[in-house]
Design a protein around this ligand. Structure first.
Ligand code: F6R
Length: 242
């Protein structure tokens, strides 16, 4: 695991954006794994700016998002579909047919999970997966205790995760209780992973990730077993490193 320490959130977003743009330029038909949440917002804004300046085209890019709430329509402002359109996908030249997010509003959620993994395989696997990390070490919506071998599946969200995500809703009661997430096994099959960690509230989390044991109690710890992981972390997130 390689760690790149940066000054602040702005530098983190810039570094992450340059990293991704170099992949998009290098690979003929790049497959990117995308995350939602606050952490990649600055990165997405940079990726949009680069497109608007005419420096990059995303015509050949295929994307797979990590997760989506269940029982929420893709047009709902709280859905991850909506988030991705608002922050990135609605502003660039990626063809709609190359955009993939789990569909949490279908009847047969189990079939949706199977189909999602198959689609990733058919696309030739993810070239670069972008990840954020939850304070409890979750990646995607894989909460502590999730088997490292898990494939895309339905999860019951941790109370701490619902609480953390309630900032996007008018009250915690409105935060869905379930979601579809790429499994840890699915994430680990990505050819390369870029993990972004920002802010003081993630300082203990980053310390545990870098210095703790590999354990299903702390899902992100599995990243130690991946051969190509880069972590970009700002000074606030690095403030408690042992
Ligand atoms: C989002 C996701 C989550 C977030 C994590 C951190 O698609 O999969 O694992 O990356 O909850 O969220 P933020 O960035 O809001 O702190």
């Amino acid at each position: 695991m390689e760690i790149i320490k940066v000054r602040d959130y702005e530098e983190l977003s810039q570094k992450a954006s340059s990293y991704i743009l170099s992949k998009v330029k290098q690979i003929e038909s790049p497959v990117l794994g995308l995350a939602t949440g606050s952490t990649p917002e600055g990165l997405y804004s940079q990726l949009v700016d680069e497109y608007k300046k005419g420096n990059i085209s995303y015509k050949n890019v295929t994307t797979f998002n990590l997760d989506e709430y269940t029982n929420i329509d893709s047009t709902d402002p709280n859905s991850y579909h909506f988030f991705m359109n608002k922050h990135l996908l609605g502003h660039i030249d990626i063809p709609k047919t190359q955009i993939n997010l789990p569909n949490g509003s279908v009847q047969d959620l189990e079939a949706e999970c199977l189909e999602y993994d198959e689609k990733i395989t058919r696309a030739g696997k993810i070239d670069l997966q972008i990840l954020g990390i939850g304070v409890n070490g979750h990646i995607g919506f894989n909460e502590p205790g999730t088997p490292f071998t898990s494939r895309t599946h339905i999860v019951t969200l941790d109370e701490s995760t619902r609480e953390a995500n309630s900032r996007f809703f008018s009250s915690i009661d409105e935060v869905p209780t379930h979601a579809i997430t790429m499994g840890i096994g699915t994430i680990m099959e990505s050819k390369e992973i870029l993990l972004l960690v920002s802010g003081e509230q993630k300082a203990d989390t980053l310390n545990r990730l870098l210095n703790g044991e590999v354990s299903e109690d702390f899902p992100a710890s599995i990243l130690h077993n991946h051969s190509k992981v880069t972590v970009i972390a700002d000074a606030a997130a690095c403030s408690k490193l042992a």
